[in-house]
Each structure stands twice: as C-alpha cells, then as structure tokens.
Write a protein that binds this ligand. Structure first.
Ligand code: ATP
Length: 307
C-alpha cells in the first residue's frame, strides 16, 4: 500500500460487513479491546466533588431586546473517583462534560460545590494555595497539536513543567526524568530534540501524555484524548493509558462520547445530559442494561453498525 492510495471504496454497510482489503480489515478489527484491570475494592477516594454547579452568563435575544440569562452547564453534580479508578463521563455534545471536568480540577471557577482531593478541600483555594496540587492533578486535551507549543522542541515542552514546579535539581536530572516519561509513553528518547510537527497525531498525543506523566501526577483529566485519532491509533492510546494507570496507580476522569472506548478503559461511567447526571454505575452494568432511553441511544450508536 502506498500513502494516499484508496484501497477500497463502496457502500458503508457492504464494506463493514465484508471488507476486501487487508488494511480495511485491520482498521475494522483495531478498535479498542479489553477491559480495565480490577479496581482495588478498598481504594480510597481521591477526587470527590459534591453539588458542583457551573452557570455561564450568556446574551440572549436580538440587539434591541438583548437580555442576559444564566445557562446552567453543570447542575449540582456529585462525583467521586477512587485511587486507581477510571471514571468515564459520557453524553452528547454540550451536555456539560468538559465544564464539569475543568471545574473539578479548578481550571474553571464553579458557582458552587465542594471539591476534595486526597482528603483536602481544594475549592476556594487561591492560585498560590493550589500550586502544590498542580503537579498532582494534570489534564490532557483532545488536540495535541494546539496544546504542544510548535516553537519548542519536545525536551523544552516537557522541561517547562519541571522547572516551574521545581522538580529535578539540575538539567541532567530533568533530562533523565524526561527520558523516563518518554519511555513510559513508548517514544524514543531522541524525540527530545524534535519539534511537535515532526510527529504523527498519535505520537503527538503520546507526547502530550508524557508532558502530564513527567510531573508524576496522581489524577489526570483526559478530555476526549482519542477522538481525533483513527481507530487503530485510538486502541494503542487506550492500551497505553491502561498500562500507565497500572504502573503509576493513576486515577483518570475520562471524558468521551465514544462508549466503545469507555468500555475498554473505565471502571465506572457517568452519563450526562443537559448538565445533569442521568445514570451512573459500573461501566458493564450501564452499557449492558441502560436505564434511560438517552443512554440506550448512546449505546446503540456506539455498538451497532447503522444500515
Ligand atoms: N465559556 C462558556 N461560555 C458560555 N457557555 C459555555 C462556555 N463553555 C461551555 N458553555 C456551554 O455550556 C454547555 C456545556 O458545554 P461543555 O463544553 O461542557 O459540553 P461537553 O459535553 O463537554 O460538549 P462537547 O462534547 O461538545 O465537548 C454548552 O451548552 C456550552 O455551549
């Protein structure tokens, strides 16, 4: 197969049901597989949010009749993530997933609610008081290209957080930590000398994960980290996240609209609609026996090939 070559084309249903080309078969077979490892039943709560509320003031109506109204994006939501747990947050676009995640890690100011991290209240902390938590709580976004500074080489990108947070005594020690983070995400150490544009989308997402992992966090908010990637790369990133979780006892809050990915990675799942949680529980239970029509629709959309 050459780059840029069309290997197969046709009616979607026919191609899905009876792929002719080995590469098409590879793509169809390479969706995320497996299940999350067992969660320690005695694991302590790490990130706990209680009655979180976020409202945005938005302009409404035409120029002459403009009014400001509050759009409630997160409506008194409580959520708890234990050490080592992966909690999936799913729901249609605009249901409030990102707003909830960003508010829980204090990158967005909530209008109300309490947040406890490892037993300490973090809502209401000033920027300075939050500093010790900034390495322990990390975030990885969907689009690694816009989150990796294109003018810096990878070494500088990963070193920035170490310097800001005073981790590593000198350049040599920092280089070793960066090397270990690259090993963790299965990227060669010579990636350090290269720029983000020299990597593929999947490799860039590995680098974005390395930038989080180098700070040795305990909790990572993953906001649609695989949505921009093709299926086979998506599956590799899910495997990687599972390995990292086991190796470093990480907890994840994994925002996604793709229930296939959630099934492969998340112990528990929370379904959001219009700022509310409409269903929550162990992933297998929610996916196998959804209690609401809305969840059932999401499950059908994820697991059935539409005719
Ligand atoms: N800064 C903002 N100002 C005003 N409204 C906002 C802002 N951010 C989000 N919203 C609104 O809040 C609601 C929830 O948005 P949010 O991005 O949290 O949803 P989401 O479930 O993450 O969606 P997606 O899957 O598309 O990322 C939406 O109606 C959105 O338009």
């Amino acid at each position: 197969m050459r780059y840029g070559e069309v290997v197969e084309r046709g009616n979607t249903q026919d191609v899905f049901a009876n792929p002719q080309h080995p590469y098409t078969r590879h793509l169809l077979e390479s969706e995320p597989k497996g299940r999350p490892d067992e969660l320690d039943p005695d694991a302590a709560p790490l990130m706990v949010a209680k009655d979180m509320r976020v409202a945005f003031r938005i302009a409404h109506g035409g120029l002459m009749s403009r009014k400001h109204v509050d759009l409630v994006a997160v409506n008194d939501i409580s959520a708890s993530i234990r050490r080592g747990e992966t909690l999936g947050v799913v729901g249609e676009s605009g249901s409030g997933k990102t707003t909830l995640g960003m508010a829980m890690i204090r990158l967005l100011e909530p209008n109300g609610g309490q947040i406890t991290f490892d037993g300490e209240r973090i809502d209401g902390l000033t920027r300075k008081q939050m500093r010790p938590f900034r390495t322990r709580i990390q975030v990885v976004f969907q689009d690694p290209f816009s989150s990796l500074n294109p003018r810096m080489i990878i070494r500088q990108i990963l070193e920035e957080g170490l310097i800001v947070n005073g981790i590593g005594k000198n350049a040599a020690e920092r280089e070793e930590l960066i090397g270990q983070a690259l090993d963790d995400v299965q990227m060669p150490r010579d990636a350090m000398q290269r720029f983000p544009h020299e990597f593929s989308g999947g490799q860039r997402q590995r680098l974005a994960i390395a930038r989080a992992v180098v700070l040795q966090p305990e909790f990572i908010l993953l906001d649609e980290p695989t949505s921009a990637l093709d299926l086979s790369i998506q599956a590799q990133i899910i495997d990687l996240l599972r390995d990292l979780r086991a190796k470093h006892d990480l907890s994840y809050m994994f925002i996604s609209h793709d229930l296939k990915v959630v099934k492969a990675l998340c112990h528990n799942v929370m379904v959001m609609q219009h700022g509310d949680i409409i269903e929550t529980g162990p992933t297998s239970q929610v996916l196998e026996a959804p209690k609401t029509e809305y969840t059932k629709r999401l499950v059908d959309a994820a697991f059935k090939v539409v005719a």
